[in-house]
Every structure is written in structure tokens, then in C-alpha cells.
Design a protein around this ligand. Structure first.
Ligand SMILES: *Cc1c(COP(=O)(O)O)cnc(C)c1O
Length: 221
């Protein structure tokens, strides 16, 4: 079933759009089944679980951290993460940079943007994104962080127009950032789209989709 789901989704993804299989809450056996069917990019959102899976899975897996990250958990995540997609405060950015400096490793990040309607959603507002990226481009801030793009989650709703509106806003912000900050050479990724809305996200220029339930089935919390 996982194999069928993967195949169906991949057949609809344009070439060049990366599928991040969100495997949070699923046991290792489930990840291994996906891996056996050719899936090598996985996303997890809890530091302890992320680290535990990262050391047990084959070494060529590309790990995306997609959850809220507290600064005291960096050592569980940064040794293994190809990218941290969920940078949501400047404090976290500072801590990631400091960890990178101590460990002589440049950390790839996406800035999480607040696009949905929910009050509680994490993420930066557009003005904060501009401010951070302009400081990053000037070269004086965060030398151990590589800014690779933006991540966002649409409103949790069945209203497709509302979802499309959220994605349109982050796409416009992404395009504006790409044209303003040409010095940020790796700023290329727009991570939008989950199980319920990835087809809509593709219409708004997603370069990565993060899909859990539609691959692995429902999670047990
Ligand atoms: C859980 C999660 C996903 C995947 O959600 P599904 O609806 O199961 O596809 C994507 N992105 C983030 C940030 C998540 O936490």
C-alpha cells in the first residue's frame, strides 16, 4: 500500500519537485518499507524521534526536520538534518548559527512563514523575512546558516480558495525574495503542500511537498 501511494503521488509530481515523506509517529519498519520502494527523503518533527530514526535508517537518507525546534534540542537534530525547514524565530536562527560555528558545519534552513489563518501557527511575517534575508545577504549575520528558501502551511480548512490564497501569498513573497536577494545563491526552495493540499501547492510553484498521511495512512497520536 505504501508502494502504491508513493507511486501514485510521484506520477503526479512534476520532475524537479521533491517529495518529502513525512514519517513522524510511524515505526521504523514503515520507513524501511518506503525506503525499499525507492523513497530516500524523509521528514520528522520531533527531535528525539528524528535522531533515533536517523541513526537507524540507511546512511543515504536525506533528513528534513519540519517541527518546532527548541534551542536545547539542536544536538539531536543538526548532526543529521540536510535541512531544517522550520526556522521560526530569530533566537533559533542565532542558536543554529552558533551550533554551526562550534561544529564547523553550515546548516541549510528554510524560514517558516506564517501564512494560514490560525492564530497559533508559527512562523515569520513577510516583513521579518525581508529583514532577516537582507541581513543574511549583507554577509554580516549567520555565516553558518545557508538560507535555502521558505516553508509554509496553509490554513486547516476544506475551503480550496482559502488554501490557494495562502499559497499565492507565500509564492509572491518567495518570488519577491528571489528577486531582491540575488546574493543568496541557494535560495531556491518553496516547501508547501501536505496530504490534503499538495495538488494546489503545485499550482503555486512548490519545489518540495511534505506528505505524510497520503503515503503512510493515519497517524496514531
Ligand atoms: C505532519 C506534517 C506534514 C504532513 O502532514 P500530512 O497531512 O500527514 O501530509 C507536513 N508538514 C508539516 C510541517 C507537518 O508537521
Amino acid at each position: 500500500m505504501i508502494a502504491d501511494n508513493l507511486e501514485r503521488i510521484k506520477s503526479e509530481l512534476p520532475s524537479g519537485v521533491k517529495l518529502v515523506a513525512v514519517s513522524k509517529f510511524h515505526p521504523l519498519s514503515v520507513l524501511l518499507e518506503a525506503y525499499a520502494n525507492g523513497q530516500t527523503v524523509f521528514g520528522e518533527n520531533r527531535p528525539q524521534e528524528f535522531a533515533s530514526k536517523a541513526v537507524q535508517m540507511p546512511q543515504d537518507v536525506e533528513w528534513h526536520f519540519i517541527g518546532h525546534l527548541q534551542t536545547n534540542k539542536l544536538k539531536l537534530v543538526l548532526p543529521y538534518a540536510s535541512v531544517v525547514e522550520s526556522i521560526d524565530t530569530e533566537h533559533l536562527l542565532d542558536a543554529v548559527d552558533a551550533w554551526g560555528a562550534r561544529n564547523n558545519k553550515v546548516i541549510n534552513v528554510l524560514l517558516e512563514v506564517h501564512i494560514g489563518a490560525e492564530e497559533s501557527k508559527q512562523g515569520f511575517m513577510p516583513d521579518e523575512v525581508y529583514e532577516i534575508l537582507s541581513r543574511a545577504e549583507s554577509g554580516s549575520c549567520w555565516p553558518f546558516v545557508d538560507f535555502c528558501g521558505l516553508m509554509g502551511m496553509a490554513s486547516h480548512t476544506d475551503d480550496e480558495e482559502a488554501i490557494a490564497g495562502d499559497f499565492a501569498r507565500i509564492k509572491a513573497l518567495f518570488d519577491e525574495c528571489c528577486s531582491r536577494y540575488t546574493g543568496l545563491k541557494d535560495f531556491k526552495q518553496l516547501s508547501i503542500g501536505m496530504s490534503e493540499d499538495w495538488r494546489i501547492a503545485l499550482r503555486y510553484g512548490a519545489t518540495q511537498v511534505r506528505i505524510g498521511t497520503a503515503i503512510f495512512g493515519a497517524r496514531e497520536y
